[in-house]
Every structure is written in structure tokens, then in C-alpha cells.
Ligand binder design. Structure first.
Ligand SMILES: NC(=O)CC[C@H](N)C(=O)O
Length: 252
């Protein structure tokens, strides 16, 4: 049986563990570097990335987290976790914060505004639906969420979200004069994959739809199978044919 580590310094780690339990997978809380040895994949949850980074520093977790990503183990960052995994973050607090890195993208913190501007949206998720079945869209819960503004060539975009073009002007000074863009729509990226690294700007663990969790688990299977045919693959056989219920919160 797969054992997934969930970084448990702060934020929605319990909700991720509950979502994993729903698909029959054990999630264990990670608070110390040596605990990473016991898991084959890792989820870095949402929360508050500056606080989480300070706690990770305090527990000397950054070198072990970077090593884990470098080894090609599957790692998924949601929201603040996505910020952790980005190679570059903008909109940080004064003094910045340490990042784990590994995901070739630029993430803008709090892109959609403050806590009260948090929102939910149905996101088209073609790759997720083709691999996991179920509805063509996924209900994204964005809580003071970041957005991905740039990705490198090896990054696969799994979901994006429309925003007014002028919303992006502040992030690219060369666009300042394009006032005619006022009514136009652009897109920001909200879910990506690069090899075994997955990032979502929203919170799948706060919905009843476990497709991102099973998608992530299968990323683990892909490398396990490649590394050793003798390993027992993770069983993830969840039926997603019915549209998921909106039954927040799922944490039990
Ligand atoms: N829901 C979240 O994880 C929010 C992330 C938060 N805005 C940060 O910068 O850390």
C-alpha cells in the first residue's frame, strides 16, 4: 500500500489526509527531515507560505525537501504548497521566503486579492478528465490563491483561468501602455505538471472530488513501475462517473 507524506507544519494537511483516506491511501504527517525516508511521495498543503517556510526552516526541512524533489519522487503542492515548489515567486512579504523549487514557473502570491476575494470556479480540466474520468470540469476553491504567470518549456499546463488583461498589467511593465486591453481577457495558469511535480493554485482537498488525489497517486505508480517491475502498484480504482457532491467540508 502506498504511503503518502503530507507536510504537516501548518495549513490543510488534515484535509489532504482525509481525502487520501477516501481513496484507500494512508497519508502520514511529515514534520521532520528523517520522516521523508518513510514515504514515496509528498503533498505540500495550502496554508500560509511565509509561515510554513519559517517553520520549515526551524525544523531544517529545506535541504531534505529539495533532495526529495531532485530524486524525482512525486511531489504535489496545493496553493501555498505550489508557492513552495515554484522556482520563482513574486508578491512575497518583505525579506522574501525560502522556496523548495523544482517546478519551472513563476508564481504570484495572493494574485486574486485578499482573503475576502476568495472564490470558487468550475475549471475545465481536460487532462484530469481524460485520465480519471468524471466531469470535464473541476470545482476549484481559491483561497487567497496564487496564480502561475510563466512556465518553462517542460511544464504541462493542466488548467487555466480567465482574468481581465488589465489584471496582468502590474506583473508586466511592458504592457502598461496597452490601455485598449482594458476589456480583453487573458488567462492565468492554475494547475501544472512537470515530470513528477504537480502544482495546483486551488484546494482539491476541500472538495469531495478526489480525482486530483488519484491522479497524483498514479504519478507515483508511473515511476514505481519504471523503477522496479517487482513493486506492487498502488491500487487506485475510484469511480468518478457521478458528478461529485458539494459537501464541504470533507475533513472528518
Ligand atoms: N490558501 C493558500 O494556501 C493561500 C496561500 C497564501 N496566499 C500564501 O501566500 O501563502
Amino acid at each position: 500500500m502506498a504511503v503518502v507524506g503530507v507536510l504537516a507544519l501548518q495549513g490543510s494537511f488534515n484535509e489532504h489526509i482525509a481525502a487520501l483516506r477516501k481513496i484507500g491511501v494512508k497519508g502520514i504527517e511529515i514534520r521532520k527531515p528523517e520522516q521523508l525516508r518513510d514515504v514515496t511521495s509528498l503533498i505540500i498543503p495550502g496554508g500560509e507560505s511565509t509561515t510554513m517556510a519559517k517553520l520549515a526552516e526551524l525544523h531544517n526541512l529545506f535541504p531534505a525537501l529539495r533532495e526529495f524533489v531532485k530524486m524525482g519522487r512525486p511531489v504535489w503542492g496545493t496553493c501555498a504548497g505550489l508557492i513552495f515548489l515554484a522556482n520563482k515567486a513574486t508578491g512575497q512579504k518583505t525579506g522574501g521566503q525560502q522556496l523548495v523549487g523544482g517546478l519551472d514557473c513563476t508564481v504570484h502570491r495572493n494574485f486574486f486579492g485578499s482573503q475576502i476575494q476568495s472564490f470558487e470556479a468550475e475549471l475545465p480540466v481536460p487532462e484530469l478528465a481524460s485520465k480519471e474520468g468524471g466531469p470535464e470540469t473541476f470545482r476549484g476553491i481559491f483561497i487567497r490563491a496564487p496564480a502561475i504567470l510563466e512556465v518553462g518549456p517542460e511544464v504541462q499546463v493542466l488548467a487555466d483561468f480567465p482574468v481581465p488583461s488589465k489584471r496582468l498589467l502590474g506583473s508586466d511593465p511592458s504592457l502598461e501602455d496597452q490601455k485598449e486591453n482594458d476589456e480583453e481577457e487573458s488567462k492565468v495558469i492554475v494547475a501544472v505538471r512537470q515530470g513528477n511535480t504537480l502544482g495546483t493554485a486551488f484546494h482539491p482537498e476541500l472538495t469531495a472530488d478526489t480525482r486530483w488525489h488519484s491522479y497524483f497517486l498514479k504519478m507515483g505508480n508511473e515511476i514505481t513501475e519504471a523503477a522496479s517491475r517487482s513493486c506492487v502498484p498502488v491500487e487506485v480504482s475510484v469511480c468518478h462517473k457521478q458528478p461529485p457532491q458539494n459537501d464541504l467540508p470533507i475533513f472528518q
